[in-house]
Design a protein around this ligand. Structure first.
Ligand code: UDX
Length: 435
């Protein structure tokens, strides 16, 4: 099938690559020419495993082309995916500016187009956006009616950064939210080669499924973190506790890794948006409030333990190992490393950072700290170390030559403790340090 994709961020680009891999012809549309130029050169605009290779493959075969002309792209395809950004406003609500403008432009494009054109919303949007905002905008601009003049659906994306290509090609389920049989059949055919379970819902249910999935996963993490702080005082290891808990098939061991909290482009934004929607409806959200509160506590808790266990961190040279919100990405959105850096600076530490991929992005948030491109040089410089992202290279540091390090505080349970006999080491969720 011929598919146009409006917006070349994480979701748009990986959706385009996955659909190209399944044998479709893709036109990627974006308003930023530099981004399209990078893609045309066979490279990814962001760091993500496997994406460079796949862009290069599909750009050379012309299975993927790029365009800044949305109208032309829509007119020469049968299906259009909307994958533009949905940033958060100050109050946690979703900013739908890009959705409105993309919908208006698509409405304009399909006005005189022949044949049935299917429009699929794929970005995460608050419940009702597809059925109300998008539908009314397209109807008004195009003069057509959905279901007859064009098809409309909402298909949420569940990919994880760092595993985006794998997740796009191996989803646990595909949710197709549409009121129309014809649109459902066209999209079922498009997704059939994924061999995944397909669930048909309304567009609003599809939107709510995405928010609920992310909020439940974030809840599991915050729950593990709350239990983790209790375990530290009780004197047991939260990883052992969660292993036992996760062996119950009703619970599953997934997303129970306690640590310094969740970051990224989805969990903080989506939980906040759901809380905002509920508040507007006059509803209370004590569970979701607690999820966010717990997430805010963890970075400060880590610094607080460090401060108390070594008799004050004022004047200490503190190295942050890991600036990205998780490994295998250069994304720093809502990274837990930022509150740790700010709190350390407030307490008078001298702070430096290292990350295999995210230094440039982090520097714009924290321009005044020092950065080490070389991990070992950073460790040689440091008095104390905060391990914030579980990159593989951090698991391989030879600590036997680093006994000048006074203490390591591991926010992600990264280091094998048998490798650090001569250095004080504490990781979150273990019995509190008594050095
Ligand atoms: C998440 C969802 O998993 C994905 O389905 C959705 O489409 C987008 O949001 P992502 O943010 O890319 O994906 O990464 P994920 O692997 O879910 O991790 C999110 C954050 O939670 C990271 O900061 C990670 O370190 C943290 N996390 C995850 C924990 O602290 N503990 C865990 O057990 C799991």
């Amino acid at each position: 099938m011929k598919v146009s994709i409006i917006g070349c961020g994480y979701v748009g680009l990986t959706t385009g690559l996955a659909l190209a891999e399944l044998g479709n012809e893709i036109i990627l549309v974006d308003v930023i020419p530099e981004k399209l130029k990078v893609i045309e050169q066979g490279r990814s605009p962001f760091y993500e495993p496997d994406v460079d290779e796949m862009i290069s493959k599909h750009i050379s075969s012309r299975a993927i082309t790029t365009s800044m002309d949305l109208k032309e792209a829509v007119n020469s395809t049968e299906i259009t995916f909307i994958t533009v950004g949905t940033p958060s406003r100050e109050d946690g609500s979703m900013d739908d500016t890009y959705i409105r403008s993309a919908s208006g432009n698509i409405g304009e494009a399909i006005k005189d187009k022949e044949g049935f054109h299917v429009i699929v919303m794929k970005s995460t949007v608050v419940p009702g956006t597809t059925d109300i905002t998008i539908r009314s905008t397209i109807d008004e601009v195009s003069g057509l009616g959905s279901g007859e003049g064009y098809g409309l659906a909402m298909c949420p994306e569940f990919l994880r950064e760092g595993a985006a290509m794998y997740d796009s090609l191996n989803p646990d389920r595909v949710v197709i939210g549409t009121h129309e049989d014809r649109t459902f059949e066209i999209l079922s055919k498009l997704f059939e080669p994924l061999n995944s379970d397909i669930l048909r819902t309304s567009p609003t249910s599809a939107e709510m499924i995405k928010y609920t999935s992310n909020s439940l996963l974030a809840t599991k993490i915050s729950f593990a973190n709350e239990i983790s702080r209790i375990c530290e005082e009780v004197g047991v290891d939260v990883y052992e506790i969660m292993k036992g808990v996760g062996m119950d098939s009703r619970i599953s061991p997934q997303f129970l890794r306690a640590g310094v909290g969740f970051g990224g482009s989805c969990f903080p934004k989506d939980v906040s948006a759901l809380m905002h929607i509920a508040k507007e409806m006059g509803l209370k959200t004590p569970i979701l409030d607690g999820v966010m509160e717990n997430n805010d506590i963890q970075p400060y808790h880590l610094v607080d333990i460090a401060d108390r266990s070594i008799g004050g961190i004022k004047g200490k040279k503190a190295l942050i190992l890991g600036l990205a919100f998780k490994p295998d990405t250069d994304d720093i959105r809502s990274t837990r490393s930022l509150p740790v850096v700010m709190n350390l600076l407030e307490k008078g530490a001298i702070v430096a950072g290292h990350d295999p991929k995210a230094i440039d992005n982090f520097r714009s948030e924290a321009p005044d700290i020092e950065y080490f491109e070389d991990m070992n040089m950073g460790v040689d410089w440091a008095d104390i170390i905060f391990l914030m992202t579980e990159w593989t290279e951090y698991k391989e540091i030879d600590w036997s030559t680093k006994d000048h390090v006074e203490a390591i505080f591991d926010g992600r349970r990264t280091i094998d403790t048998s490798k650090i006999e001569d250095i004080n080491y504490w990781s979150m969720g273990r019995v509190l340090p008594d050095w």
